[in-house]
Design a protein around this ligand. Structure first.
Ligand code: 5RP
Length: 233
């Protein structure tokens, strides 16, 4: 039995995920996101592969998603075979509805997620409606992935950009490692009025690999909440 508390938003996440998975057509190369909402997408695509004979090739954005995709019987592919993808479907931590700009990476997979999103012709976000914010940074920290060497200095430079920084740790106190064996610095910024400038400043820090600002990338968001399903493009 799982020791995790039940997720009150799970039904909304699943509703959004099933609608997004319906966008996937036979023959497509598909990026599979990471997180509790993306899990519902992978489950639905697995169902369609098994029950409807849907033929797809997928690239997962984390080891966890790769494991789930394999368990679901979804055929996996490589960047060599598919340097571009037809669609990627992923979750988000915050969504600015007016721009479709996002914060992602609370699940720690932002680097692989951004690589996959960047080569997808359609980048579809699935979430429950609680993820909408007026300005990015209102509800959650911005995760920044840094290499382990000199990470304290990178954190210091993120502080200087106005963030309150915390290296992400596991319950036992050890540093969280991404699938690329990097660290995540969670950065609490004031609500962002110019995320493009902030993104450029963060990428200027030597040792930063990537950050969780996904700007001008999403082509569509599908959210579900008490008021029903909402699609933004
Ligand atoms: C992982 C992510 C996730 O997509 C994001 O954290 C949303 O997760 P969830 O669907 O569990 O709310 O960016 O790196």
């Amino acid at each position: 039995m799982s020791s995790l508390p039940p997720d009150p938003a799970a039904a909304f996440k699943q509703q959004a995920a099933i609608q997004a998975a319906a966008l996937v057509q036979d023959g497509m190369a598909v990026g599979l996101g990471t997180g509790s909402t993306a899990r519902f997408v992978v489950a639905e695509l697995g169902r369609r592969v098994r029950e409807e004979g849907l033929r797809i090739n997928a690239i997962p954005t984390s080891i966890a998603t790769r494991t789930q995709a394999q368990e679901e019987g979804i055929p996996l592919t490589t960047f060599a075979e598919h340097p571009e993808l037809d669609i990627a479907i992923d979750g988000a931590d915050e969504i600015e509805p007016t721009t479709l700009n996002l914060i992602k990476g609370l699940g720690g997979a932002l680097l692989w997620e951004k690589i996959v999103a960047s080569i997808a012709r359609q980048f579809v976000i699935v979430a429950d409606a609680s993820k909408y914010v007026d300005h990015l940074g209102m509800h959650c920290p911005l995760p920044v992935e840094v290499i382990p060497f000199g990470w304290e200095s990178a954190a210091h430079r993120l502080d200087a950009l106005g963030a309150q920084t915390t290296p992400r740790r596991l319950r036992d106190g050890s540093l969280f490692l991404t699938d690329e064996k990097n660290l995540i610095i969670d950065c609490l910024f004031p609500p962002m009025t110019n995320p493009d400038a902030l993104a450029a400043d963060i990428l200027n820090i030597v040792g930063v690999v990537e950050h969780g600002l996904f700007l001008h990338m999403a082509t569509q968001t599908i959210t579900a909440g008490p008021d029903g399903v909402k699609v933004l493009t």
